[in-house]
Ligand binder design. Structure first.
Ligand code: ATP
Ligand code: MG
Length: 598
């Protein structure tokens, strides 16, 4: 599929400073192809912040007939796991489906294609292929051989040395931002000694922490990242992807620029905290004197939506301490959580793209996200009737067993709306909130002596309120004005309130999960301990009464329960014929009306 044949889901291609740079490089033909990458560490599930990075990197590839490699940045064996590789791969594919799948860079399965010649140069760039059964994502750990060879080359060039300082001493020697560091006493080892020691590090002769390989740059540099940064450390632990072949592991900064290089990446976009690392990124590539063109790093501000806590480390804590029921809990901002909650990929894309790409950190109002969700779902969702907190209403002028068929609209947003039949019976449920015995002024729903329209049916009048011994309302007795039905003589009669309803005898009982914000403050990440601002009422489970047609609802279907919000069947807990529904979002922005948190 070509970029042109993909239906545009987001308005015209966005512009930002990174795209401007890319356009200039395209104009001057600096690279034979624009190649970006999305490089998650497989140490957790992806979240909405990652969606911003995905949409930027895949967006640039898509707009320039390029490709974007999915690469696992897996150089830290301690925290990484194949569970996360699988979830991240699935989430990326879901997020870009129908929008940028044709740009997804994968490699032939099982290949370890980063070949390095004796001169330290790769003998070919990796060829990416579209994902299929015989292809898989890229893994930085597939380059361990190449990275090791490059490290030997740095040693040979006198640009790296083996250092015996302990981690604590290394830290002390590094100095501070306003205080230069001190040279390691091991900095002047001979090349021969460094080669010998590094090879013995790799052979497993030394324990964890005994030695490191460091770049020889400048201990007095104002940029602390250039003060002889570590390139390799000893870790006697197996790696989930590379197996037990290695006991020395490269550090992120060293591995990242070279992985970009090996894959022929042209533009390497990352978030702002990497600005001071850029000099090191360039230094490593230059020190190896690699053939041009070299990849370059560009930094942009992270997405931080209000009321959400991002960062896999923080989300992991919420999962481990059972604040939520797993990484895909619909209250989490993980891609899997958002999907399970019923948020379409297109809504996530529209949101993260609309926020734009800048170099200024800021918090994005969650209302902007909800607006994007409602916008998408308004088009995608089929309308149905459901009652979340029911109260029984008896239409006393209908006989038991009598059924009046009413036409209900499925898709009023469509140019050619379709309808279905729903059954009006003597007993129906209405929302208990739609009735008030002592109504405030301007209350247009059901009240003593008042009239409302039952949507798609007729106007009713409340005659009698029935209560139990404790005084609780158990039943509302009404008269149905059947001549106000569509097509009847009095169909035009106006009342101020219209409420939704479901037949008592023709309905399905179903669990419905109503979510609220997971945190009570707009910036949980700025708190000393975000656990203290977890909203204890973030989940409300009700047994709702649904229109029977909803028995066939499937995960992935989007519904609007009229007047209540958008809902979707839960992908984990629904069973055939018995869906469990998640509320994706309410119909109106209720949050902005909440009182400010103290
Ligand atoms: P986390 O703290 O959530 O683990 P990370 O940056 O450590 O985030 P990585 O797996 O390294 O996670 O991220 C992959 C890519 O996603 C990186 O290029 C990173 O810059 C980018 N990224 C992470 N969080 C955000 C965010 N909130 N907004 C935009 N990009 C992000
Ligand atoms: Mg990380």
């Amino acid at each position: 599929m070509t970029a042109e044949s993909v239906p545009p889901t987001a308005a015209p291609a966005p512009t930002d400073f990174i795209r401007t740079i890319v356009a200039a490089h395209v104009a001057e033909k600096r690279y034979s192809q624009i190649v970006t990458r999305f490089p998650p560490e497989p140490n957790g599930y992806l979240h909405i912040g990652h969606a911003k990075s995905i949409c930027l990197n895949f967006g640039i590839a898509r707009e320039n007939n390029g490709r974007c490699n999915l690469r696992f940045d897996d150089t830290n064996p301690a925290k990484e796991d194949v569970e996360f590789v699988d979830s991240i791969t699935a989430d990326v594919k879901w997020l870009i489906a129908g929008w940028a799948d044709h740009c997804l860079g994968f490699k032939p399965k099982g290949t370890h294609p980063a070949k390095v010649t004796s001169s330290g140069q790769p003998d070919y760039y990796l060829a990416a292929v579209n994902p299929g059964p015989d292809s898989e994502p890229f893994f930085a750990s597939d380059y361990f051989d190449a990275l090791y060879d490059y490290a030997l080359e740095l040693v040979r060039r006198g640009k790296a040395y083996v250092c015996d300082l302990s981690p604590k001493e290394t830290e002390a020697y590094r100095g501070a931002p306003d205080k230069p560091g001190r040279n390691s006493p091991f900095r002047h080892r001979s090349i021969a000694e460094n080669l010998d020691l590094f090879q013995r590090m790799r052979a497993g002769e030394f324990p964890d922490g005994a030695r490191t390989l460091r770049a020889k740059i400048d201990m007095a540099s104002p940029n602390v990242w250039l003060r002889d940064p570590l390139l390799y450390r000893i870790r006697h632990v197996p790696h989930y992807h590379a197996g037990d072949k290695w006991c020395v592991y490269p550090l992120y900064d060293y591995a990242h620029c070279l992985s970009d290089y090996l894959e022929g990446i042209s533009h390497s976009a990352c978030s702002l905290e990497f600005v001071p690392h850029r000099a090191l990124y360039d230094w490593i590539l230059e020190a190896l004197d690699l053939p041009r063109p070299l990849p370059r790093q560009y930094e942009f501000a992270k997405l931080v939506p209000s009321y959400m806590l991002l960062s896999k480390r923080n989300i992991l804590r919420l999962v481990q301490e059972k604040v939520v029921a797993g990484w895909d809990d619909p209250r989490l901002p993980t891609i899997s959580g958002l999907r399970r909650r019923g948020i379409p990929a297109s809504a996530i894309r529209c949101f993260v793209i609309s926020v734009g790409v800048t170099t200024f950190n800021s918090v994005t109002d969650i209302a902007v996200f909800e607006h994007a969700i409602r916008d998408e779902l308004n088009t995608l969702a089929v309308r149905r009737l459901a009652v979340l907190k029911p109260i029984k209403l008896v239409l006393t002028n209908l006989t038991p067993g009598e059924v009046i068929e009413c036409n209900a609209t499925n898709d009023p947003q469509s140019e050619t709306p379709s309808t279905r039949k729903i059954a009006l019976t003597r007993e129906v449920f209405i929302e208990s909130d739609d009735f008030a015995e002592f109504p405030p002024s301007k209350y247009f729903r059901l009240k003593p002596g008042g009239e409302v329209r039952l949507k798609y049916a007729c106007i009713i009048k409340l005659d009698e309120i029935v209560k139990d011994a404790a005084g609780a309302v158990t039943e509302l007795r009404c008269t149905a004005q059947l001549d106000t039905r569509s097509g009847q003589s009095n169909a035009d009669k106006k009342v101020k309130g219209t409420i939704h309803w479901v037949s008592v005898t023709r309905c399905l009982d179903a669990e419905v999960r109503l979510y609220d914000r997971l945190f009570t403050v707009p910036e949980p990440g700025a708190e000393e301990d975000f656990m203290k601002v977890v909203n204890p009422h973030s989940l409300d489970v009700v047994t709702a009464k649904l229109e029977t047609s909803l028995a066939g609802a499937q995960p992935g279907d989007y519904y609007q329960f009229e007047r209540l919000g958008y809902f979707t069947p839960d992908a984990k807990d629904s069973t055939p014929g018995q869906p469990v529904f998640n509320r994706t979002v309410s119909l109106k922005d209720t949050w902005t009306k909440l009182p400010a948190q103290s």
